[in-house]
Design a protein around this ligand. Structure first.
Ligand SMILES: Nc1ncnc2c1ncn2[C@@H]1O[C@H](COP(=O)(O)OP(=O)(O)OP(=O)(O)O)[C@@H](O)[C@H]1O
Ligand SMILES: [Mg+2]
Length: 275
């Protein structure tokens, strides 16, 4: 029995920004490097990918059967090959969506309290009932965005939704950064969303290679740039220190921070439209 289970929702508004990838890798890093018991849950029931990304295709009971009221949630937990990491997948079958009640998500997820140190919820994109149910089931929320205006506007909306629901915002994860001039910088995003950017994960082909190998990138290539950033973020969540920061990445992040916010990329009136 774990005395304090943290339930962290990973959401974005905009689709395809890296939520599932982050949930898998944070889960793997927290379990393998920081000795945490972790359960990752596929709350994207209409378009589930969590199991697929890890090569898990066949499971008799999924979150769908739980939401249909047919099974208890503890029957839908499966071990992954990394000790300490367990997964609750959602069904790949369209038939298993019939009658699914996402409003029941919070009730079932809360039953996991005490069975892990950290539970990571892989949220659906958009602002529909599915993602709202995921935020409602979360105590804390991590926002994922890529460094461009449209996903950042969706992050502001997610932040507002989380605030209304009463889930505590942890911070923003800026994913797939390429450090191009056209990208928003972390301090520009922080000004707009009024939340700290706690991680900047580069666009890294190792992430795509790891997907093809059905492995977390931190396993596939632990020395890759993406893996190192994910490890730092996992350390942050675990409240521990992680020292693997090369001289050049420190210099480059100082350079990225030093530029003035650029008005051509940020229109502060946009924010009022998100209410
Ligand atoms: N840092 C990265 N570098 C390169 N590719 C990445 C990175 N992060 C994610 N990707 C790739 O981007 C694609 C989308 O990632 P992912 O499925 O995790 O996004 P998502 O937010 O969960 O999408 P959805 O909203 O559809 O659930 C995947 O092909 C993934 O491998
Ligand atoms: Mg996803």
């Amino acid at each position: 029995m774990f005395s304090l289970t943290r339930i962290i929702g990973v959401i974005s508004g905009k689709g395809g920004v890296g939520k599932t990838t982050l949930v898998i890798n944070l889960g793997a890093a927290l379990a393998s490097k920081f000795n945490k018991d972790v359960i990752i849950v596929d709350c994207n029931v209409t378009s589930s990918h969590l199991g697929l990304y890890l090569g898990m295709y066949y499971y008799p009971i999924s979150l769908n059967q739980v939401l249909l009221g047919e099974e208890r949630i503890d029957k839908a937990i499966y071990n992954y090959s990394i000790p300490g990491l367990r997964i609750i997948p959602a069904s790949l079958s369209l038939n298993d969506l019939k009658g699914v009640d996402v409003a029941e998500m919070k009730k079932h997820i809360k039953q996991l309290f005490g069975s892990a140190d950290i539970i990571l919820l892989d949220g659906a994109p958009g602002f529909g009932r599915e993602v709202m149910a995921c935020i409602q089931a979360s105590d804390e929320v991590l926002f994922v965005t890529t460094p461009y205006v449209p996903p950042m506007i969706d992050t502001i909306k997610c932040f507002n939704a989380a605030n209304e629901i009463g889930a505590k915002p942890i911070g923003i994860v800026l994913n797939m950064c390429k450090e191009g001039r056209h990208e928003l910088l972390s301090h520009e995003i922080e000004q707009m969303v009024e939340l700290p950017v706690i991680s900047q994960i580069p666009r890294d082909k190792n992430v795509l290679k790891s997907l093809a190998s059905k492995l977390p990138v931190i396993d596939y290539n632990p020395r890759s740039k993406a893996s190192r950033e994910i490890m730092k973020l996992a350390a942050h969540l675990a409240g521990e220190e992680y020292k693997h920061d090369g001289f050049f990445s420190r210099i480059s992040s100082m350079f990225r921070k030093s530029r003035e916010p650029r008005k051509e990329l940020l229109d502060f009136k946009l924010k009022s439209l998100t209410k």
